[in-house]
Design a protein around this ligand. Sequence first.
Ligand SMILES: [Zn+2]
Ligand SMILES: [Zn+2]
Length: 336
Amino acid sequence: MSQTTSDLLQFDTKGIYCRQADVYIDPWRSVDKAIITHGHSDHARSGSKSYICSKQSVPILRHRLGSQINVRGVKYGETFSVNGVTFSLHPAGHIIGSAQVRVEYKGEIWVASGDYKTQDDGISTAFTPVKCHGFITESTFGLPIYNWKPLADTIQDINEWWSQCKDDNRPAIITAYSLGKAQSLLHNIDRSIGPIYGHGAINKMNTVLIEAGLFDVQTLDVDLEKKDYGGCLIVTPGSGLNSKWADNFKSASTASASGWMALRGARRRRSVDRGFVLSDHADWKGLNSAIKATGASKVIVTHGYQELFSKWLNTQGYEALTQKTQYEGEVLEAVN
Ligand SMILES: [Zn+2]
Ligand SMILES: [Zn+2]
């Protein structure tokens, strides 16, 4: 079997390493120089001496890793060079500020995509394919069973569920992780249906994004004295739904918004009344079209269904292989 090797980017015990530049992409241990694709905690970890990320990700990293971190924001498409290696960040469409990292040295170009989605959610700058020789892809939903409906259709389903709850004077609780899913949901749903409350973690993240001018919907703080949340929408991370906090919303209808809801039995396993297939990751078609658009011949497949997806890519003429990482995909995002 042919080996997909990259002289430019290697996977070592700390992350994705560019030896020539002595820079790591999304390291999972402390390093001197880290380029960060986006603010989710499996990709943006604390402890590194310096960080580079998109301008939009700066307030997110400061919020999550501490205001004292040494971080520099660059614009999408802006090039910077380290030891002769040229880097630039390009929209990944995953969450606000998410970026693919383009790395070029002596004519060889690799792109580390972090997490991405090809559907435009209206608030995360839309995914842009970047031409390269080698592409590092996630594979969170890298099976043909993951096939997203148009975003507007899923949002319509959520609007109808919430409206029904309102007619029945029941609270509607939906789970969405605090960074990413919560904002794409809040941006797209019909906010005229009723008041929207948020779990503290979500309201805090919204505040950070609003103050940075990256978002414009705030959710109300839950008032534990208030007894009747009938007709209200309550947005919470998954952990909130399983905590005592959720006891405040008597007779609520519960829902989960996640790519995993495409799996048979997922709704039942999460013990929610409704499951909506809504993801910040590319589905099967999205992964395939994104990879094709790069023009890459070499693909390194990371977190998700990496074995199956890389086998598939090999049948499609790519030189693909898998790499183990400590990125966790929608699993981690869902519990955060
Ligand atoms: Zn992510
Ligand atoms: Zn990821």
